[in-house]
Design a protein around this ligand. Sequence first.
Ligand SMILES: Nc1nc2c(ncn2[C@@H]2O[C@H](COP(=O)(O)OP(=O)(O)OP(=O)(O)O)[C@@H](O)[C@H]2O)c(=O)[nH]1
Ligand SMILES: [Mg+2]
Length: 331
Amino acid sequence: MAVNLPPHYHDADARYKKAKTAEEKLVALREMWVLLPKHKASEKVQVILKCKISELTDEIETAKSGPKKAAPGSFKFTKQGAGQVVFLGPPNAGKSTLLSKLTKASPAIAPYPFTTREPIPGMMDYDDIRVQLIDLPPITADAYEPFITDLTRSADAAVLFLDLADDDGPAATQATLDRLKAARRMPVPELPADDDPTTYYLRTILVAAKRDDEAADIRLEMAQEWIAASGFPVVILSAETGAGLPELRKAIFDSLKVQRIYTKQPGKPADLAAPFTCPVGSTVAEFAGYVHNDLEETVKSARVWGSGAFDGQTVGRDHILREKDVVELHA
Ligand SMILES: Nc1nc2c(ncn2[C@@H]2O[C@H](COP(=O)(O)OP(=O)(O)OP(=O)(O)O)[C@@H](O)[C@H]2O)c(=O)[nH]1
Ligand SMILES: [Mg+2]
């Protein structure tokens, strides 16, 4: 699908390319954002523009607030697996313990706050796919590592922690949310159809952690009102006993809004060992782009086995694929 860009968009784009300062670039990018037609064909351009606007806004604010603490880009994690999910929460809530149970990572864990100082990645298995989890340092009203702004921008979703072993759990988690909002990071149950490109919305699951604590049930009862008001989907779990962990693995996968697609070569059985993942609702052409960049343009048709009535039927580029379809691409 072609994006029909209005002529003024190209003028703004030219100004963006000539701009020398971050401020000038931001002005031009904002104009481009306003002028860009918002529909499916322009989705990729929308994502790129949003990302640039957010990066520049952050850059300008960081420059204003004095010299940088960390070297820029010092904590960039190449995306691996079906998506990247960050752990957000107050100190001592059990974030690192959970990472150690869901992945092979072995972060430091201690019965006192501020144990984690740097982001720690790990790969979580879910059925036949893997999801990248990143444990972060705690966030409070006063503690916020600047690299969290970058890491939350690149993440696909988040897990927010509520500590059921702490009487002040809801207040501490609310403080995490408030601090993130101050950095224009907005954990939300579902992404809004919002037009504000400077705010980064992150689809988020709430984990009520340490349900094995003897007073966890009472604290959960007391937190119900806060949880209901937040609107987040909740998984109640104990990293210690393992209760709730299978539910969380599934909830994390679901939060990514991706689907598994298995590929096959003509005349050969499907490769069921290593599925590709692509966003839910992807067409044959979009999926082909995930298999190989060039294929998005060159793919002409596909044979599809799986969803509904499809048993090897030939479909066109615009056919929408479903979870666990087997696809043979024809260029
Ligand atoms: N009872 C119980 N204790 C837990 C559970 N998960 C973690 N803990 C304990 O809670 C304390 C803090 O755990 P961490 O995993 O270090 O917490 P954190 O959120 O990573 O802490 P920071 O790095 O300071 O933000 C440790 O003493 C853990 O053993 C759980 O499921 N049940
Ligand atoms: Mg930790």
